[in-house]
Design a protein around this ligand. Structure first.
Ligand SMILES: O=C(O)CCC(=O)C(=O)O
Ligand SMILES: [Fe+2]
Length: 254
């Protein structure tokens, strides 16, 4: 189970509950089309692929993204929903005592959008005990997707920066040779470890990319540098943890 994940630090996984994912996709499409004031069609994925037609500038596209994030988060418990859709792969990674990122991040990359995601890794800053679920609402491939450096090459790249902090070219060479653009069709998600380098390039595919990303970690795993209580909620706890928490609350914390 999850041997690809251990080796590479990422895996592309299929939804356990495709009808629930279809429903979430439709909800995202409905909110999006209400925001842009356009009639929807029978073709949900087609509607999402052509979202860019509604925007004249990158600023308008970003304003839309922020409104969509806040409306979706207020209407749907996205953290719970996404966990349920992919539970069989996620629960073995994080265990039964789970923290979930409070608000998902939505990424909207229209064709030729001039601000792709800069190369980065989430940890440090975030905890190295986090898994990120990267969930596209459209089919993502080539430049419409995101690139990832696998675990081995993320480690080589991190070591390279440490030894040669000013050698930008050497770092770019590692990236160019080993980063892979992820092919993630709708119905699947990319799950990846927070220690992997990743980013995106300008979308040249002529269709919009709309995806979300959200993080899960074990309640008892070490926190990152950010205030855990500010960014995460408890998603679920085991029966044993409930007894322990109750005990601590009554006998130790009062
Ligand atoms: O979707 C993207 O382009 C970036 C996402 C990202 O950085 C993340 O999920 O951590
Ligand atoms: Fe990231």
């Amino acid at each position: 189970m999850n041997s690809t994940f251990s080796k590479n630090g990422f895996e592309i996984i299929k939804a356990d509950d495709l009808p629930a994912l279809n429903e979430l996709q439709k909800h995202v499409r409905d909110i999006s089309y209400k925001l842009i004031g356009t009639e929807t069609s029978e073709n949900i994925i087609g509607d999402l692929n052509s979202l860019h037609k509604a925007f004249k500038s990158p600023e308008d596209a970003n304003t839309f993204r922020l409104k969509l994030t806040s409306q979706l988060s207020s209407q749907v418990d996205v953290g719970t929903k996404v966990f349920e859709i992919f539970r069989s792969k996620l629960e073995p990674l994080v265990g039964p005592d789970i923290l979930v990122q409070k608000t998902p991040n939505l990424v909207f990359q229209p064709p030729e959008y001039p601000i792709p995601t800069e190369l980065h890794r989430d940890a440090p800053a975030n905890s190295p005990y986090e898994v990120i679920v990267w969930l596209p609402f459209v089919d993502c491939f080539n430049t419409k997707s995101m690139y990832v450096l696998d675990r081995e090459h993320s480690q080589i790249a991190a070591e390279h920066i440490k030894q040669n902090p000013d050698d930008k070219n050497g770092f770019d060479e590692i990236l160019l040779a080993h980063a892979a653009l992820m092919e993630v069709p709708f119905g699947s998600a990319l799950i990846f470890w927070s220690g992997l380098f990743h980013g995106s390039i300008v979308n040249k595919e002529g269709e919009s990319r709309l995806s979300l990303n959200i993080r899960y970690k074990n309640l008892f795993s070490p926190a990152g540098m950010k205030d855990q209580l500010r960014y995460f909620n408890i998603l679920q706890t085991s029966q044993l943890t409930d007894l322990g928490l109750d005990f601590q609350y009554r006998e130790q914390f009062r």
